[in-house]
Design a binder for this molecule. Structure first.
Ligand SMILES: CC(C)(COP(=O)(O)OP(=O)(O)OC[C@H]1O[C@@H](n2cnc3c(N)ncnc32)[C@H](O)[C@@H]1OP(=O)(O)O)[C@@H](O)C(=O)NCCC(=O)NCCS
Length: 147
């Protein structure tokens, strides 16, 4: 986890020490993809209170090892993050699933756009690597039995 973060997030900052920290943080869910028993990538999701009555799901990190990129694994991991957020929305009031992405990360942005995420207007600062940080979100359909 540390090595993959160090490799794929290097252009944006030093995420090598950060990802294992997030992994150990209570409330952060990590899902690992595997191929033939070998880990190929992961997605991390956490839920935050936006207001007293509403929560939001946050994709903290999504990464696929370079050797396995472009084979549909990133899309599968993201779909899983969306699915568990929709499942959580059956019990809690979850408005949307959101994430941050660098403006230069066109590969990740096309994945997010084609999965129903849209840009959130606003200024969200810059990454350590100097890229502009963009926020994207996708509404979570409220189930009929939602609280
Ligand atoms: C972004 C990332 C998770 C995507 O994972 P992946 O397994 O390579 O993606 P997939 O194979 O599932 O492809 C999903 C979509 O990504 C885009 N994509 C994939 N390969 C691409 C390429 N070579 N060039 C441009 N877009 C590409 C396409 O939109 C693709 O959709 P399609 O399959 O319908 O064409 C992966 O590239 C990665 O780990 N990147 C480094 C870490 C990172 O930037 N994470 C996101 C930070 S917010």
């Amino acid at each position: 986890m540390r090595d993959l973060a160090g490799e794929v997030f290097a252009p944006f900052g030093n995420y090598r020490p950060l990802l294992p920290k997030w992994f150990r943080t209570r409330g952060v869910l990590t899902f690992v993809s595997e191929l033939g028993g070998e880990p190929t990538g992961y997605v991390m999701v956490a839920f935050f209170e936006e207001s007293a009555s509403q929560m939001v799901a946050d994709v903290l990190a999504i990464a696929v090892a370079p050797a396995f990129q472009g084979r549909g694994i990133g899309r599968m991991l993201l779909q899983h993050a969306i699915a568990i957020s929709e499942e959580a929305a059956e019990r809690f009031s979850i408005r949307a699933i959101r994430l941050s992405v660098a403006n230069t990360n066109s590969r990740a942005r096309s994945l997010f756009f084609s999965s129903g995420f849209a840009d959130v207007p606003g200024d969200f600062g810059t990454y350590e690597g100097g890229q502009k940080a963009l926020h994207m979100e996708r509404p979570i359909a409220q189930p009929a039995n939602a609280p």
